[in-house]
Design a protein around this ligand. Structure first.
Ligand SMILES: C[S@@+](CC[C@H](N)C(=O)[O-])C[C@H]1O[C@@H](n2cnc3c(N)ncnc32)[C@H](O)[C@@H]1O
Length: 218
């Protein structure tokens, strides 16, 4: 299955890390929740590594979910697609079982901050005692004086990977590009929201400003 998200040079490595962490952390068979599953690309990476796991994918886009069902047809009994809006996650008909792992990839920047916090709270409440929450997304840059250094990091990534990350010519144009489909939270927001939800947070991996953050139940 091809990655549906193009123009993101470090996504391949980071999703491989995410899929590896999920596949290694869930012992035996188990069910995992994918919040914002899209066409099922991340679920596919995990099921390729561990075909005794089951994944429930939630997304608001019915077409993406249909595509996910087709893409994961080879894992028919192990993938369940649920249509629902994460901005009202309590109304999504997600089975209540305790989950060993819940992850979300490149979806949180679409959510308002209040919804981000609700989803983190929800994930914490649905994890089993050894459960982990893995959040992979862009993080918001808010230090104008450091923006040129961030640009240098982006340039280096482009040099190494041959493709540019989502970037900006100036801090002002970075801010102008923020909007309803691009409203990432700051790393410091996540580091305070996770403990408020009962999760110990840790920054597990960072490429440019795209972070993989883990949360464990306290
Ligand atoms: C960039 S795609 C990432 C898909 C997948 N996680 C991946 O990495 O390949 C973001 C996904 O989040 C979904 N999404 C965004 N906001 C959502 C919301 N409020 N509720 C449910 N899904 C949402 C979109 O429909 C889309 O499928």
């Amino acid at each position: 299955m091809d990655d549906p998200v193009k123009r993101h040079p470090t996504r391949t490595e980071q999703l491989d890390i995410l899929a590896t962490l999920v596949s290694e952390t869930v012992q035996g068979d188990g069910t995992i929740l994918d919040l914002g599953c899209g066409v099922g690309y991340v679920a596919h990476l995990i099921l390729e590594k561990r075909d005794n796991l089951s994944i429930i994918g939630v997304d608001r886009n019915a077409n993406a979910l249909q595509q996910a069902r087709e893409n994961l047809a080879g894992y028919k009994s192990q993938f369940l697609a649920i249509e629902g809006d994460l901005e009202n996650i309590a109304a999504c008909k997600i089975p209540e079982q305790p989950y060993r792992a819940i992850y979300t990839a490149l979806t949180f920047h679409d959510l308002p901050d209040a919804a981000k916090r609700h989803v983190i709270d929800y994930a914490a409440s649905r994890l089993g005692p050894d459960g982990v929450f893995l959040l992979y997304d862009r993080i918001r840059l808010d230090a104008a004086p450091l923006f040129p250094l961030q640009q240098s990091i982006w340039s280096r990534i482009e040099l190494v990977h041959g493709t540019a990350m989502r970037t900006a010519d100036s801090f002002e144009s970075y801010l102008e590009d923020l909007g309803t489909d691009n409203r990432p939270a700051r790393l410091t927001d996540y580091l305070s929201w996770f403990p408020e939800a009962g999760l110990v947070p840790q920054l597990l991996h960072l490429h440019g400003n795209v972070a993989l953050i883990g949360g464990a139940k306290t």
